[in-house]
Design a protein around this ligand. Structure first.
Ligand SMILES: *Cc1c(COP(=O)(O)O)cnc(C)c1O
Length: 235
């Protein structure tokens, strides 16, 4: 292994240990949490190294970057975690495993229409602003509660769950109320959509600074960038 691969491997082991400890505290099986490696700050060869080490899931926040990296790292599952413009939906659908960042009804309907055109089923999460910061993207929690009928009408798109970003802070505990709020919101929507094809059982929450708290609060997908691929040594 080159120095960069050694460092990546060591970080991955460390992250996996911390994930396992958080799962133990929450009395959850370790395989109930999927690690999404956020590769937005690195070139695709780093994703290729992670794939070698058993990471399957990769996150990108810009659609064009996702298209580029997905095409050169075959075998990865690519997650879009940032804003999707409606004119980029067509190219994004065939390359993406899960869109975490559906942040408006217009986008949800554009994805439904394009999925019908392409004859595919598409899995999405709704992004919810649970931290009460004006500038954040996503639905407000009560707005999300109001989407039940719109979700019921979807035929091609399956709403798997919800995603949130906590406010940046150096105290992971500060993120707990936002994560808990997302979990309660998903439970409420799940009850209202029981018996439909929208399971609402996935929670994408937790980044490098707060993923252990997120796991304690029920995260099923955590999105880690810096702690895995930040400031890597040269290969
Ligand atoms: C960049 C990014 C992450 C990863 O953040 P880190 O703090 O580097 O782990 C997670 N989620 C989203 C939506 C991001 O844009």
């Amino acid at each position: 292994m080159n120095p960069r691969q050694q460092e990546l491997h060591a970080r991955l082991q460390q992250v996996r240990r911390r994930m396992a400890d958080a799962c133990a505290r929450a009395v959850r099986p370790v395989d109930s949490v999927t690690l999404v490696a956020v590769t937005k700050t690195v070139e695709p060869d780093v994703a290729a190294d992670l794939l070698e080490f058993g990471i399957r899931d990769f996150g990108e926040n810009r659609p064009q970057e996702l298209w580029r990296k997905a095409s050169v790292v075959p075998g990865g599952h690519w997650h879009l975690i940032g804003h999707l413009q409606r004119n980029k939906v067509d190219k994004t659908l065939p390359l993406t495993t899960l869109i975490h960042s559906v942040d408006s009804l217009r986008l949800l309907e554009a994805i439904e229409a394009e999925a019908a055109r392409q004859g595919r089923r598409v899995d999405v999460l709704l992004e919810v602003n649970c931290s009460g910061e004006g500038a954040k993207q996503g639905f407000e929690p009560d707005e999300a509660e109001g989407l039940v009928e719109a979700i019921r009408n979807l035929k091609q798109v399956r709403v798997r769950g919800l995603m949130t970003m906590a406010a940046l802070t150096d105290q992971p505990e500060n993120a707990r109320p936002a994560f808990r709020r997302l979990r309660f919101l998903a439970e409420s929507l799940r009850e209202k959509l029981a018996g439909t094809e929208h399971p609402l059982d996935q929670l994408s929450m937790g980044m490098s600074g707060d993923f252990e708290v997120a796991i304690e609060e029920g995260a099923t997908l955590i999105r880690l960038g810096t702690s895995l691929v930040g400031d890597l040594p040269a290969p």
